[in-house]
Design a protein around this ligand. Structure first.
Ligand code: SER
Length: 317
């Protein structure tokens, strides 16, 4: 049985992973942490053990690991791609120095570490279609730079110090519980809110821009299944390509129209986020994840749209 510390637990992934992991490992075996708490976080904070931790404070991290006898750290504290272009310094501090602190604490105290990488770890010179597991990685965003460096750093801590590091390259994640915090793929979340509220959406990503995407329940399974996977089968460990679907804004709108026929999609392209999106692959090849630890996403685009609209409607009413 694992005792898990989740950093960035109040974010888009963390707020749902905390709940799911508590179902799997038991409430007291999953410690949530975040660096800033707001009123909207009250329910999560009161639902089990919680600590205020800024991952740039290595002592606070180490103390929490000791206090709760943690043996696995899930490092979700991060600045996403669009915010990272506005504040590259913060992006480096949190994504890179924060990960370094997590790995140092893990090395010192014998914890395993899960850290997500991203489709952002690829760049314009990467083969864009069926992007292979091992290929050119020359990203052009600060977020992408921290993701590639993070993949390498996690590999290094495994090879050099034997820290059991694992990770996946997440695509855009779509969910209804907590909004994403300033990424390029966020349009694919906002569109559902606007479809329900106003029956129309203005996309900051252009028509014809394909990116990999995934519904949150599949992403949570990816984290838990990889953390539970037999280490002797893992060849790649830190940077498994995972994908569930690839679409552009038009395809997403088409899917929404199956449930809200009058839905309208308009465009007002944001050059920064469009530039980032164009530097990322259209679709990843995730064969290695399927073969090495049984990755098998459940949600297709329409199944996700149906579930997302139903759950979001409940939430908004
Ligand atoms: N969803 C992230 C972003 O857009 C990609 O990992 O920044």
């Amino acid at each position: 049985m694992k005792k898990v510390l989740i950093t960035g637990a109040l974010g888009q992934i963390g707020s749902e992973l905390t709940v799911k992991m508590r179902e799997v490992y038991g409430t007291n075996n999953v410690v949530a942490s975040g660096r800033r708490i707001k009123e909207e976080h009250r329910q999560l904070i009161e639902s089990g053990p919680f600590e205020i931790i800024n991952i740039n404070d290595i002592n606070a991290l180490g103390e929490a690991v000791d206090k709760y006898k943690i043996d696995a750290i899930v490092n979700l504290a991060a600045i996403l791609s669009a915010v990272g272009e506005k504040h590259p310094d913060q992006c480096w501090q949190i994504n890179m120095n924060g990960l370094y602190n997590v790995l140092e604490v893990a090395k010192e105290k014998g914890c395993m570490v899960f850290t997500p990488s991203s489709i952002a770890a690829f760049g314009p010179s990467t083969p864009p279609d069926k992007t292979p597991q091992d290929t050119i990685q020359r990203p052009t965003s600060m977020y992408g730079v921290t993701k590639v460096a993070g993949e390498l750093l996690c590999d290094y801590y495994f090879k050099r110090f034997g820290v059991d590091t694992r990770g996946v390259r997440f695509p855009g994640l779509i969910s209804y519980e907590t909004l994403p915090g300033g990424g390029t793929t966020d349009y694919a979340v906002h569109i559902y809110y606007e479809a329900l509220k106003n029956k129309k959406y203005t996309s900051f990503i252009a028509k014809g821009t394909y990116m990999d995407m995934m519904y949150m329940p599949d992403a949570l399974d990816a984290i838990i299944n990889l953390m539970e996977a037999d280490p002797s089968k893992l060849i790649h460990r830190n940077a498994f390509n995972v994908s569930a679907m690839s679409f552009d804004p038009e395809m997403l709108a088409e899917s929404i129209r199956k449930f809200i026929p009058e839905f309208e999609l308009h465009y007002k392209v944001d050059p920064v986020r469009q530039g980032i999106a164009e530097s990322w692959p259209n679709s990843l090849d995730d064969t290695a994840a399927r073969e090495q630890w049984g990755w098998n996403p459940k949600y297709t685009l329409d199944a996700m749209t149906e579930d997302m609209l139903e759950k979001l409607k409940r939430k908004l009413s």
